[in-house]
Design a protein. Sequence first.
Length: 246
Amino acid sequence: MLLLALCQAACRQYSRYSMAYSAKIGPSILSSDLSCLGSECVRMMECGADYLHLDVMDGHFVPNITFGHPMVECLRKSLGQEPFFDMHMMVSRPEQWVKAMAAAGANQYTFHLEATSNPGALIKDIRESGMKVGLAIKPGTTVKELEPWASQIDMALVMTVEPGFGGQKFMEDMMPKVCWLRSQFPSLDIEVDGGVGPDSIHCCAEAGANMIVSGSAVIGSEDPRSVIAHLRSVVSEAIQKRSLDR
Ligand code: DX5
Ligand code: ZN
């Protein structure tokens, strides 16, 4: 707790640049009824989602398997151009799917730092393919390992569970990573993913996260619209407060 408080003080003290980022809520459709994926995506957008977080798992980088670019292509065809697809690539050798995901209609390609030996080349390739670049770190990876790439990416994803499954417990001890990133990169999009919902949103927002992935808390709710609106308002208030504190 002390570490988090010190980090929060540092965030306020050292945020030097304009805040270009805003609160965005991206439901993870992993916890939805996968037999109705298209209509579940539509339902989330109608409930106020800012983007869709699509979890790709290969059974190798993580001990679970989901879907790949053919599914993304079908979703894009059925949903049209509007929804922003943030592809969370929990796969080994993320290099191999860049072109296929771009062609399928992905907007952002978020790969894991742990999965590649050449992040620089991959970042370049993603950009040249016309997508935004997201870089994710697992709970055991330090934020210092992400730092060399932070100025080249659009978004940093700090995992708040071990990747692989929805419905896990939020790891509050990841918040110093978020806080440190926010203090060093004031206009970077910072995403949190795993166990995020009404119970954990306050500490994510205070630490400086602005892109919020929420799976079971949104999809499993009887009123996803109000959960999404609540998550967004907590994050927006924290962003506003940080800008007033400067
Ligand atoms: C976990 C996935 C998450 C997951 C989030 O590996 O990356 O996106 O679906 O679901 P909740 O919010 O239920 O933890
Ligand atoms: Zn995810």
